[in-house]
Design a protein around this ligand. Structure first.
Ligand code: ADP
Ligand code: MG
Length: 325
């Protein structure tokens, strides 16, 4: 528990006020609200994610890693929108099992990643709960006016690109639960780490702002999130899953699957990748792809929905993707 004699206000002052880094908007966390001055020529881009113990992270996970995953899941949304990360608001409902040491570990994780990604805390809310640890961050970022990259905007002829590697979040959850048998321990450890600590693609912000006609964060599963772009843009997509970028660990896992087509469909449908799927019109796609670590996985076509193939064979209609809860 809190050190004896520390009330909730003092706890906020000790745990969270330092994370404002003196930002004037936060008013030292001593007012009812923060206040943000408008920036002429810019748009404030706002996104929110909730994470619940047992749903988005495992009950035994270290709370500094949980805090970092919470920020990173939100950062992934900003990256996909080509917005520069700036600040965040935090809501926490603590179960009784989270004593002072756990709370401090949690704030250490926030400190580490807010410094790494250039964020400051501007406010939030704190409660206790008889249920699981429940967390939510509202993240704020800036774009030049009118330049947020939306899900809508892709057109026939665009290429579909994806960042990083796909399927590691889904495999990583299985790894973190010790459900991946037969895979080398180093691969299992790498995948579990990828699940616990995703890598938001903030390095792609400038590229996406200049080149992407549409983009989405890949957190529900590539096929579902590509589907969101297709629906919002009013187009269809043809994706060649043979081109799906796979990590060494996922490649090793694929090699041991009896039904590779079903296995690739699972990787393309699993959640928690925190990559970016985007559409690009530029004729210079190939060069861009090489310099940015993106992979060309298909094309935008007239029509609706996402058609996925593997080795020339159409896969069954893609599953709807992972839905939390
Ligand atoms: P209210 O009673 O209006 O909910 P609180 O007393 O909860 O206000 O909050 C007081 C101040 O502390 C506010 O500035 C609020 O933003 C801040 N605060 C409370 N909880 C958190 C938190 N988990 N993270 C960051 N700031 C917080
Ligand atoms: Mg409150």
């Amino acid at each position: 528990m809190k050190p004896r004699g520390v009330d909730e206000f003092e706890a906020i002052g000790r745990l969270f006020a330092p994370l404002t880094d003196g930002a004037p908007e936060a008013l030292g966390l001593q007012d009812d609200a923060a206040v943000i001055a408008a920036r002429p020529g810019f748009d404030l881009v706002i996104s929110k994610d909730v994470m619940v113990e047992g749903v988005h992270f495992l009950a035994g996970d270290r709370l500094d890693l949980v805090a970092r995953k919470l920020l990173r899941a939100n950062l992934s949304d900003l990256a996909a929108k080509a917005a520069d990360p700036w600040a965040y608001f935090l809501a926490v409902a603590w179960p009784a099992r989270c004593g002072w040491a756990e709370r401090e570990l949690f704030t250490q994780g926030l400190r580490q990643d807010q410094d790494a990604y250039g964020l400051t805390l501007l406010g939030g809310d704190t409660s206790s709960t008889p249920g699981p640890l429940t967390l939510s961050v509202t993240i704020l970022g800036w774009t030049p006016e009118g330049r947020m990259v939306r899900r809508a905007g892709a057109a026939p002829g665009d290429r579909v690109l994806v960042s990083g590697s796909i399927g590691d979040g889904w495999l990583g959850l299985a790894a973190a639960r010790d459900h991946l048998v037969g895979l080398a321990p180093a691969h299992v450890a790498w995948l579990a780490d990828r699940y616990r600590l995703p890598q938001p693609r903030t390095n792609l912000i400038a590229f996406l702002r200049d080149q992407a006609t549409a983009a989405a964060d890949v957190s529900d599963g590539l096929l579902a999130d590509a589907g969101h772009v297709a629906r919002s843009s009013g187009i269809g997509m043809r994706l060649a899953l043979d081109r799906l970028p796979l990590s060494g660990a996922a490649t090793a896992w694929m090699g041991a699957q009896p039904d590779p087509a079903a296995a690739i469909a699972s990787l393309a449908s699993g959640g928690d990748d925190y990559e970016v799927v985007c559409c690009v019109r530029s004729p210079a796609v190939r060069t861009l792809v090489e310099t940015c670590g993106l992979t060309d996985i298909g094309e935008v076509v007239e029509g609706d929905g996402v058609l996925a193939s593997w080795r020339g064979r159409m896969l069954d209609p893609p599953t709807a993707g992972w839905r939390h809860g």
